[in-house]
Design a protein around this ligand. Structure first.
Ligand SMILES: *Cc1c(COP(=O)(O)O)cnc(C)c1O
Length: 353
């Protein structure tokens, strides 16, 4: 029955996050609270009064692109839009490697969609190993792997998920000197405050990916964007699906980007929560420094899957990946529950913060 389906697709392990109703979701790095009421009301009004359900949405959402261009300090022609940044990762692989044109490289552990999407196209995937001390890797290792495996595109999340670390200046310089397309995935830019967008003018093979799924609270609507030199952005626009963003998604993203100051004003408080959470859990866990809205930890002498299940039973969902735990910062209440649940599971006395 399945013999007409490609073996590499049959061998894939689909992206999956277990759902537990009512539990605190600290496992997908989302913003912990919904869009503010005023935003949702405005969006409902747009849906009722402006969006025609029977018509295709605008094929080229100019106002949204203009808002993103203004936010990033580029021109609208340098922006490509995707149904989540996942669609743009796929568009980049479609436009570069499909048809035996070269391999995709990243550094593990990292966001699994780079590997999964490469594999769905039968494109070879090379995963460099990161050092355990700081999750960096050597420029020479990168250079050698690019040459040896005919790498055409390098995907690096910056900051990386799950490790929450930034790339070194040395690695960025090495990438720039290599004959590859470098994709820096800045899904967490609003938390890290670090961006490579200013390099685009002098780096034709650079593509920056961003998303509305994290600090902008639109994970449910699926919208991401790429920033690159205009010629590159236009190539990506050609390989995406027509009408990839629904009219409702376009309206939500436009509303959010035009009123971003309200949403971004809440980022510092979340980062403060992160620091307090890390401080409270540090006596029990090995935690790596974080530049974003989640952190990476290990727990000596514990099987992490056992630990994850025990925490889930207590009502706190975390993600186990790459040999460690990735924990998103929640609301202050969710964070306190996480501390209490760790205390209960590990048999420690809870510290309150
Ligand atoms: C969350 C995340 C994204 C966002 O993907 P969307 O498809 O835009 O929701 C992209 N890259 C990384 C590394 C992420 O962690």
């Amino acid at each position: 029955m399945l013999e007409l389906f490609r073996p590499e697709v049959q061998a894939l392990v689909a992206y999956h996050t277990p759902a537990v109703p009512g539990a605190d979701k600290l496992n997908e790095n989302e913003w912990p609270t919904d869009l503010p009421d005023a935003f949702k009301q405005k969006l409902a009004q747009t849906l009722e009064q402006e969006i025609l359900a029977n018509r295709y949405p605008p094929a080229n959402p100019e106002r949204l692109k203009a808002g993103i261009a203004d936010y990033c300090g580029v021109t609208s022609s340098q922006v490509a839009l995707g149904n989540g940044s996942d669609e743009l990762i796929r568009a980049i692989i479609t436009a570069t490697c499909v048809g035996g044109q070269g391999a995709v490289l990243s550094a593990e552990p990292t966001f699994s969609m780079y590997r999964i999407l490469a594999e769905t196209f039968g494109v070879p995937y090379v995963g460099l190993e990161r050092r355990e001390s700081d999750f960096g890797f050597e420029p020479d290792t990168l250079r050698d792997a690019v040459r040896k495996h005919n790498v055409r595109v390098v995907f690096l999340a910056n900051p990386n998920s799950p490790t929450a670390t930034l790339l070194s200046e040395q690695i960025l310089e090495t990438l720039r000197s290599l004959p590859v397309i470098t994709v820096l995935d800045e899904a967490y830019f609003e938390f890290s405050g670090f961006t490579s967008v200013p390099l685009i003018g002098t780096w034709p093979n650079l593509i920056i990916l961003r998303t509305f799924s994290k600090a902008f609270r639109l994970a449910s609507f699926r919208v991401g964007y790429a920033i690159a030199q205009s010629e590159v952005a236009q190539l990506l626009e050609k390989v995406r699906l027509p009408y990839n963003l629904s009219a409702v998604t376009q309206a939500a993203a436009t509303l959010v980007i035009e009123n971003r100051d309200v949403l971004l004003a809440e980022v510092p408080a979340l980062l403060q929560e992160r620091d307090r959470l890390i401080e409270s859990l540090s006596p029990w866990l090995r935690i790596w420094p974080s530049t974003t809205n989640f952190f990476y930890a290990r727990c000596p002498n514990w099987d992490l899957e056992t630990l994850r299940l025990a925490l889930a039973e207590q009502g706190s969902l975390i993600r186990v990946t790459g040999g460690g735990m990735r924990i998103s910062v929640g609301t202050p209440e969710q964070n306190q529950r996480l501390i209490d649940n760790f205390a209960r599971v590990l048999g420690k006395t809870s510290l309150s913060y």
